[in-house]
Design a protein around this ligand. Sequence first.
Ligand SMILES: Cc1cc2nc3c(=O)[nH]c(=O)nc-3n(C[C@H](O)[C@H](O)[C@H](O)COP(=O)(O)O)c2cc1C
Length: 419
Amino acid sequence: MRSGAAVLTGRTVVLGVGGGIAAYKAVEVLRGLSKLGAEVVPLVTDAATHFVGRATFSALCPEPVRASLWDGPEPVPHTALGRRADLLLVAPCTADLLAKLAHGHADDLLTATALATRAPLLLAPAMHSEMWEHPAVGANVATLKSRGTSLVGPGTGPLAAGDSGVGRMAEPDEIVDAAVSLLYDAPAPSEPPAPSGLVAAPSGALAGMAVLVSAGGTREPIDRVRFIGNRSSGRQGHAVAAEAASRGARVVLVTSSALPAPDEVEVVKVETAQEMAEEIGKRAGEANLIVMAAAVADFRPRARLEHKMDRSRGPVGLELEPTEDILASLSAARRPGQVLVGFAAEVGSDLARAAEKLERKGADLLVVNDVSEPDAGFDVPTNTVTILSRRGVAAKVGPVSKEQVARTVLDVSTSLLAT
Ligand SMILES: Cc1cc2nc3c(=O)[nH]c(=O)nc-3n(C[C@H](O)[C@H](O)[C@H](O)COP(=O)(O)O)c2cc1C
């Protein structure tokens, strides 16, 4: 038997919170899932915010709280969240939500996400006994169960306003256990997709697509042994390539990093900015999505010395010339429908500067990481990023693993490919 942590680590649980008195207990559910390693995305309905403020969820998890179809971080939030979810859990699930879910309504972010996902649905109903025992509610529950929806609870016990009876939401621990057992049989993110359409489809969202990724820091030779380099490890780009492959894409990774090749990814090794530009340029035409995660040098020595520089010659000057701006060249040559994503390492979180860069380079998205943060940027396993689209901030995550950043980058990119 795998532990809860083994089952939930790396899994994304979208936690829908309805407008019931038990909404405050959703906070404990979030903590329980997070403790076991799940990436929890809180998604509150309008009514839920009468019971618990968004700030409470924000303070407890790195994901922005989602609340609306219209002003969230993703351009098309319901499909982005639906594809990203390994599980959609609703706790508390009110009588109103049971009705909407049973009948396929989609007039808010939670119900629209429920229709736009192939992830399993787990509901924790909570309401007064009279509501729970109403035939309309019973019929909605029967409809949902007939479609394979899982329920945890409700139990019997104290209810709101001093009442007692059936309708009490299951305890947070029970809800977390139910999430673990529902995901127990689903494949872990690193495992191949199962043949069942139910859980495998989100990971196949890039099937038929060609994705080109760059990674690592380039090395610009000074002489036979010395070079100008940077601290980029290549982990972020490798994680993007691995994630794109796991979602079914044909992936080419042009990398200067010594990290191992991700499974199912064609790797092209390069060293300099010029080689990177050439190899990327050769393959760009075929790509539906290009993610430029490499830290390409901005300058290179104008001349490469044939021999090793000799210290006894005293001080020497190094003349530098700018390298090719690969992102700008790709943008100038891109074909219709191709999505272009750049990365920008910034010191400090000056988004105005980054927005100007996005515009100037002509990319669709710019993944901005603040390399002055201790848990972000070069040579660390975690990252903190803001993803800018032409319409503003599309997503903010971190500090989270570079694998999680890769998932978010691909979620946002995929939503652009789809529109
Ligand atoms: C104080 C108060 C407590 C409520 N508690 C519940 C509840 O526990 N369960 C429920 O189904 N509805 C409850 N309701 C009614 C819901 O808030 C209402 O049906 C709302 O539209 C549900 O919104 P939702 O679809 O976003 O969950 C309560 C309403 C109030 C004013």
